[in-house]
Design a protein around this ligand. Structure first.
Ligand SMILES: Cc1cc2nc3c(=O)[nH]c(=O)nc-3n(C[C@H](O)[C@H](O)[C@H](O)COP(=O)(O)OP(=O)(O)OC[C@H]3O[C@@H](n4cnc5c(N)ncnc54)[C@H](O)[C@@H]3O)c2cc1C
Length: 414
């Protein structure tokens, strides 16, 4: 017999669990399914979350989930490195398996029914995009679910999208990442995330994201690979400043996967289906940061489904709600994607330096466009100017603080 529910959420990653949590909390009968046997396993992530997104979250992340704190990012390209710290650059590391399990559990606590080892394999669709029945493969056999609303949160390789008839994973739309957790490392600066631009990561970047003093996620991400990612990874590990840190490192586990770079669809709502998380390319470029945007957008999807079922709004409200909450970030992300894409395709040293400027956010997008016409020396000069202005700014602030201190001191001894 078919299982009837209000909301079927496909995929219990950050987007799906957050959606199921919100839908169940609002009183709708919610079923959350995932094809994995154990939620969050295997991990396919570098496990960093930006602190700047915390104010946008629908709930607080418990302290015990935040296992390591970083103060900023250091960017490397050619012979240049740029350090950014404070404000938007602070991050935490999480253990994605624990994080995903905690989030799925909070959906269950709100009343969602969670089915693991449950894979969506087919859907009965009426009037183009109205999903009437979902066919789920489980170890006990096939199950049929009849939902009123479907929330597609099944990630970059979405079965829901394929069954709705979309062609996904087109070349250039997806970034490939080969990453490992390594332990026993001699990290120079474990309080910073390290990003490297170069031939070893065509169109993307390589990274060292610390999880403790001696443990880090290390990997290469590429949009336009011309050889295997394993070869790029080996080349990356041979860079002197990387080699010194990873020498003696022991691989704990592989955490590779794919990230959406461009949108696979024009909209986030089709019939009675809402798309959320990686399915909807709701990640923030240039880093393809997707964990917290998925949590935020998933929450909006869950609440919208519930409000719709209560007759309060139309499902199309979802896109407006996402734009109202994350619009500025998404708008900037879209702009950056277009420029980063062009630079990545050019594959020149100038392009790499400009991508460094873009990632480190040291010059405006307009300046980047203008500089794309110029040569390597001029770009380096611009980076140099920026670094000098930061030093000047530092000296000025230090001098102002010293003067203030001196004035206070003189007042005291008077
Ligand atoms: C190597 C790598 C490193 C990354 N590093 C970072 C990082 O450091 N910081 C960051 O913010 N983002 C990072 N990301 C991106 C981030 O992991 C994603 O943006 C995020 O996981 C998106 O969440 P989601 O819930 O949309 O999808 P997912 O986390 O992919 O969850 C989708 C779920 O759906 C399930 N599923 C799929 N198909 C079916 C089906 N047919 N039936 C049932 N269930 C199904 C899957 O098993 C999975 O559990 C990284 C990605 C990769 C690949």
């Amino acid at each position: 017999m078919a299982l009837k529910c209000d909301v079927l959420v496909v995929g219990s990653g950050p987007a799906g669990s957050s959606a199921a949590r919100a839908a169940a909390k609002s009183g709708t009968k919610t079923v959350l399914i995932d094809n994995k046997k154990e939620i969050g396993v295997p991990v396919q992530c570098a496990e960093a979350i930006g602190k700047y997104l915390f104010p946008f979250l629908p709930f607080k992340i418990p302290k015990e989930q935040l296992i390591w704190k970083t103060e900023g990012m250091i960017f490397y390209a050619d012979d240049i490195n740029i350090e950014r710290r404070g404000r938007v650059w602070r991050s935490y590391a999480v253990n994605r398996n624990d994080f995903d399990a905690w989030l799925a559990n909070s959906a269950v606590k709100e009343g969602a029914a969670l089915l693991t080892s449950a894979e969506l394999v087919d859907m009965e669709i009426k009037n183009e995009y109205e999903v009437k029945r979902a066919i789920i493969k489980t170890p006990e056999g096939e199950r049929v679910i009849e939902p009123r609303v479907v929330i597609a949160a099944d990630g970059v390789d979405s079965t829901v999208l394929k069954l709705l008839g979309f062609k996904i994973n087109k070349k250039g739309n997806i970034g490939e990442v080969l990453g490992y957790e390594l332990k026993n490392l001699s990290l120079y600066n474990p309080n910073f995330e390290h990003l490297f631009i170069g031939d070893f990561a065509p169109g993307g970047y390589a990274y060292i994201f610390p999880k403790s003093k001696h443990v880090a996620n290390v990997g290469v991400a590429a949009i336009f690979p011309e050889k295997s990612l394993e070869e790029y990874y080996k080349e990356f590990l041979e860079i002197p400043e990387v080699k010194r840190q990873v020498m003696g490192g022991i691989t704990v586990e592989e955490k590779s996967g794919k990230v959406p770079i461009r949108y696979s669809t024009d909209m986030w709502v089709y019939g009675n289906v809402l798309l959320t998380g990686d399915v909807a390319s709701q990640n923030l470029k240039p880093f393809a940061e997707g964990i917290l945007p998925a949590v935020i957008c998933g929450d909006i999807a869950g609440k919208t489904a519930s409000d719709y079922l209560k007759g309060k709004i139309s499902l199309n409200t979802y896109s407006n709600r996402v734009r109202a909450r994350l619009g500025n970030f998404l708008k900037m992300s879209d702009k950056i994607t277009d420029i980063a894409y062009e630079l990545a395709e050019s594959e020149t040293k100038e392009g790499e330096l400009l991508r460094l400027c873009l990632l480190a956010d040291i010059i405006s997008l307009k300046q980047i466009s203008r500089l794309s016409e110029t040569n390597r020396d001029e770009i380096k000069e611009k980076i140099n100017d920026w670094q000098c202005s930061i030093i000047r700014q530092f000296i000025t602030t230090t001098m102002e603080n010293l003067n203030l201190f001196q004035a206070k001191f003189m007042q005291k001894i008077k």
